[in-house]
Design a protein around this ligand. Sequence first.
Ligand SMILES: Nc1ncnc2c1ncn2[C@@H]1O[C@H](COP(=O)(O)OP(=O)(O)OP(=O)(O)O)[C@@H](O)[C@H]1O
Ligand SMILES: [Mg+2]
Length: 323
Amino acid sequence: MGSLKIAILSRGPRLYSTRRLKEAAIARGHKVKVLDTLQFGIYLESGQPDLTFRGKPLSHYDAIIPRIGNSITFFGTAVVRQFEQMGAYCLNNADSIMASRDKLASMQELSTHNIGIAETAFVRNPSDILQAIQAMGGAPVVIKLLSGTQGIGVILAESNKVAEAIVETLSSVKQNVLVQKFVSESKGRDIRAFVVGDRVVAAMRRTAAGQEFRSNVHRGGSAQPVELDPEYERCAVRAAQILNLHVAGVDMLEGKDGPVIMEVNSSPGLEGIEGATGINVAGEIIKHLEEQIKFGNLDIREKLSLTKGYSVTEFNIDKPLLS
Ligand SMILES: Nc1ncnc2c1ncn2[C@@H]1O[C@H](COP(=O)(O)OP(=O)(O)OP(=O)(O)O)[C@@H](O)[C@H]1O
Ligand SMILES: [Mg+2]
């Protein structure tokens, strides 16, 4: 395939993931620019969506790799959506990035499929709290701030009384809290599967430090490469597909009945996973981007003509192919 013109949307050209994606794109013969997401201007006009960068008209890009941080989700996804409307291929589209940012909404979506998730309750009325805890089989239960990250706001409550008090306290300061069944058999470990397209390209197991039950690296956890069971691999790929993500970091606990999904991240970091596994994950992402542009981004009729040897004119959608 010919050389592509790729833009990486990122606020930090020196961040590990941004640097690695740039290197990998160059290594595969593409032209690549890192563009600061917040320097775009979005212009809407009938029939003519447009973007400026640092106040100047933007040249054409074939493909966009969005690395949208949590703090700029709204503006960042608006920029990605504008690129989509201008015909650039976006690796993870705006709607999917937006949807995956809402942890509760994405769990609600996953729960409609036959896929392992942690039993979770979301209640507001104080009189529902004890009932929610009991629905999880009683303490110990995990209580989570919906807005938490890096293990902050994730609490293990050892007794029903303590669990109730924590939920009540957090609710009283207007925090959204989830009550989740404690998956004790996962013993302070979790799995991060890095999904690109329809496969897991790398996976690691994170293990919590000492008596800690949270395996986050920010909480002192350590990471080792892991050969995933096919069951875990299937689960991760399905979760990414359900949320329509081409690139996803899928976090799973090892439950007694198999994988339990914790979270699906649409801008997963590369440093931890490449460091733990030695796999060129950035290169896999660029390869997938090439395949998408070659096959995935075309009209379905053109796709058929490419893969099955029909020419577009021969292919008649009104008639069955095999008669
Ligand atoms: N229900 C649970 N049972 C057992 N361990 C859990 C459970 N929920 C969370 N943990 C442990 O706590 C860690 C942190 O939880 P979680 O990933 O939900 O929050 P976070 O890391 O703060 O948020 P995010 O992953 O969105 O940044 C997990 O990696 C896991 O090790
Ligand atoms: Mg986590």
